[in-house]
Design a protein around this ligand. Sequence first.
Ligand code: PMP
Length: 433
Amino acid sequence: MSHSTKAHDSARVPSLPEPSPVYAATGLDVWTMMNQAAAEVGAVNLGQGFMSFPPKEFITRAAQKALEENAHNQYAPPRGRPALLEQVAARFGLRLGRPIDTASEISIHAGANEALLSVFTAFLTHGQGEEVIVMEPAFDQYAPNIAMAGGTTVYVPLRAQAPADAVMSSNDWKLDMAELEAAVTPKTRIIVLNTPHNPVGKVFTRPELEQIGAVAERHNLLIIADEVYEHLTFAREHLSIASLPRMWDRTVTVGSAGKLLGVTGWRVGWAVGPHALIQPTLAAHTRIVFTTNTPLQEGVAAAMREASANGFYETQRSEYQHRRDRLMAIFDDVGLPYVVPDGAYYLLVNAAAVRMPEDYPFPAAIADRGPNFRLAYYFVREFGVSGIPPAEFYCEPHRALAGDYVRFAFCKTDEGLDAAAAALQKLKNYLQN
Ligand code: PMP
């Protein structure tokens, strides 16, 4: 090959565009990783928090009807469809104990995720080193969204105040208020508060909310109240921090139609707060997705209207209580302790007593992620039940706090929970005394 041909060839093979290192990593996210592992062995999937049962018929019918109407096929206003703004105002007016203005105090989003990203985007400035405090274990979307908005995540762990080898209350997981305040720096802008909490199931008490609010006030911080599980509480009532004295002015409350109606794939959520906080959130939303899909906003609005009248929320809550109690009974039978969730639909099970051979053939992608990932994978392969390793919900230096917990979701059918019960019988032979 002549020199000139070589030069010609290399000119025809240009180097490829380089992605940002943040997104170049080929590692799988925990959801895909565990879903794949579950599918490979036909495991009962109690991993990801999607419902394994269909929505109630009146809900899907509402969406079908919305799609059939020609008026619902074009762009919605960026703030949201009036019918949905009205429903959210009615629900959160009750929650927050004040009338909510649909023209200035709500924005509709592509799921709670995009509402969160919009608030972070609206209140953080790139290049300023601004900080956001989140409580661990923390929903895994917060930190990447904070980074996209130019901020840095600062983690403050909830700490279990009871022995892990016995069943404990989710309220035994406490936020050390001195630790929270010590995490505040002159660069702190936001505290993210998730109640009811994923994955602990903790429903924050009034005194806890008051203390968090006091820290926010002392340091002039914005509070993002992630309340996507506000409708699912079992033992204690959910309280919105924005309903406490003076908190409305500094709080954006985020919610999700996906969670509220059991339609996580519809991707409809909202943000509620004072005009001064919602206006920039809406401005960010308008640049991120412009608007949320029209027909499903209409479907959610019609379904919420009907749900308020037909007792849906009460029925749903008792169905979830039944599922929670069933899953707890399964682990009582097997002999593993857990954290009793007061809200949301996850159970943290402590599997420290499970014997796991040192030389178990873990795939490298799992082995590399540490003992908590290995434990969750072992559950899938050996017992045929998949969960999520809560280590994913901790920053690297705090990973050990995930201990020997595995998170199981109970937004699943009775048949699914029965199958899990049957599969987990095998586990009894793996317990060390
Ligand atoms: N916050 C928390 C705590 C969640 O668990 C989830 C969903 N798993 C979300 C936000 C996102 O909700 P959505 O599906 O409406 O985006």
